[in-house]
Write a protein that binds this ligand. Sequence first.
Ligand SMILES: [Zn+2]
Length: 94
Amino acid sequence: MNPIHLTWIIPLFFLSLFGFFAILSAIISRTGGYAPGWRIRCTTCGHHKPAAEAGIIRVAAAGTKYTLGRCSHCRKLRLVAIEKDPDAAAEHPA
Ligand SMILES: [Zn+2]
């Protein structure tokens, strides 16, 4: 393969990746797609906060999901659980 092609493919790849996230965030800001009644919990220290505050989008209707995220308490990359907030569920019954 011509090495010129490689020098173009790499920046184009990142550009398209950036474009994907830009479009995704634009959709979220328009639809308000944040997750009310959900919270993220650090599996290391137990610190939790509302998912909307962390910018987490609800990806499933029920159940606990795990993802990598930066814990604001540990200040490190941790495995965080995305789960139904029992307090919010009590305040705003569906
Ligand atoms: Zn933590």
